[in-house]
Write a protein that binds this ligand. Structure first.
Ligand code: NAD
Ligand code: TYD
Length: 350
């Protein structure tokens, strides 16, 4: 039996990964380790919380004593590491927290893996989930490949780049069995409404202004979150140690075009007259150091491991809107209390 420690499993992507592995591999034991920060929510996992092959542990990856004890007690065969501070805007206001969780937390996990697996690294695996933002920004042309030099610009991407370097260093120096994947922007259900798509859905629903940074000309490459979970499964099981894979959907959208499409879908779903939601678009002060364009070349993953994205964006976006509109309780729970304070601080001066 395989025991996999998944970190950050109560967050957006982590909850999809946990659900995927629990459903797909009844003979694996999945342990979800999460601190339950503002972004972690066990309600994301209600569907699988009583399964025999799933358990939850609350804990902080920055606490090395706790992490070492967890490895000793649970003896995992593999780690899939997603726990992180993940929002660029928050990294601009509070960079140190990103260094602690994303860098120090990752090194704590690597140290525990190095120590407790040292008899034989070959049948163990440390899978580090990273982002395309480590590559920096593109101009109008070109795409990020696995060979693109790292050039992070935000404290978030700098902390993720640093954690990627540590993972590589542990493979090269100690022979740890590692894999890294760098994925483009994800979208789908259970996405915390600080990120563009769920924030816009929530605001449109409540007739609040939809803040678009700068002129809305920045481009992101959007991937259905379940396609990311499926890619992690394929890479986890098939990649050679030391490999890196880019994951992306060949699906670039200018922010303003994406928001207009979302407004159109929301008008239809909410029975509003066409053009109503677009009136909510509000251009606000740009993000500092705002990367212009991300675009992922995932040819290597498609060619070597046969993964391809499954959903067209329009269909995925409509499914996402449907999920938010039929999960009002989830949305109102995560947007009460601290979220209001965050929103005020983030947007009142823009
Ligand atoms: P998220 O913010 O939704 O979730 C992060 C999870 O980590 C939360 O459940 C949180 O409670 C947990 N966590 C935070 N600090 C912790 C700590 N110190 N100890 C234990 N748990 C802690 O993030 P997400 O969007 O699901 O991203 C997951 C991973 O995927 C991150 O590593 C991120 O860098 C990467 N990624 C995200 C995207 C994206 O579009 N969201 C794209 C590519 C890669
Ligand atoms: P975001 O969802 O924060 O993801 P990331 O910064 O990691 O790509 O933002 C996606 C894009 O949308 C990015 O170009 C910034 C922009 N954006 C807005 O225009 N308004 C907003 O309120 C937010 C949160 C983001």
């Amino acid at each position: 039996m395989k025991k996999i420690l998944i970190t950050g499993g109560a967050g957006f992507i982590g909850s999809h990964v946990v659900r995927w592995f629990v459903n797909a591999y009844s003979d694996y034991q999945i342990i979800n380790l999460d601190k339950l920060t503002y972004a972690g929510n066990l309600a994301n996992l209600a569907e699988i919380e009583n399964r025999n092959n799933y358990s939850f542990v609350k804990g902080d990856i920055t606490d090395s004593t706790f992490i070492n004890k967890l490895f000793l007690d649970e003896k995992p065969d593999a780690v899939i590491h997603l726990a992180a501070e993940s929002h660029v805007d928050r990294s601009i206001s509070n960079p140190s927290e990103f260094v602690m969780t994303n860098v120090v937390g990752t090194v704590n996990l690597l140290n525990a893996a190095k120590e407790y697996w040292r008899d034989d690294y070959s049948n163990k695996r440390f899978y580090h989930v990273s982002t395309d933002e480590v590559y920096g920004t593109l101009g109008e042309k070109g795409m990020f490949t696995e060979k693109t030099a790292y050039d992070p610009h935000s404290p978030y991407s700098a902390s993720k780049a640093s954690s990627d370097h540590f993972v590589r260093a542990y493979a090269d120096t100690y022979g740890l069995n590692t894999v890294i994947s760098n994925c483009s922007n994800n979208y789908g259900s259970h996405h915390f409404p600080e990120k563009l798509i769920p924030l816009a859905i929530n605001n449109i629903k409540n007739n609040k202004p939809v803040p678009v940074y700068g002129k809305g000309e920045n481009i992101r490459d959007w991937l259905w979150v379940e396609d990311h979970a499926r890619a992690i499964d394929v890479i986890f099981h098939n990649a050679k140690s030391g490999e890196t894979y880019n994951i992306g959907g060949h699906n670039e959208w200018k922010n303003i075009d994406l928001i207009r499409l979302l407004c159109k879908i929301m008008d239809q779903k909410l029975g509003r007259e066409s053009g109503t939601s677009e009136k909510l678009i509000a251009f606000v002060t740009d993000r500092a150091g705002h990367d212009l364009r991300y675009a992922i070349d995932s040819t290597k993953l498609q060619r070597e491991l046969g993964w391809t994205p499954s959903l067209q964006f329009e269909e995925g976006l409509e499914k996402t809107v449907d999920w938010y509109l039929s999960n009002e309780e989830w949305l109102s729970n995560v947007t009460s209390g601290n979220y209001q304070r965050y929103y005020e601080e983030q947007y009142s001066l823009r």
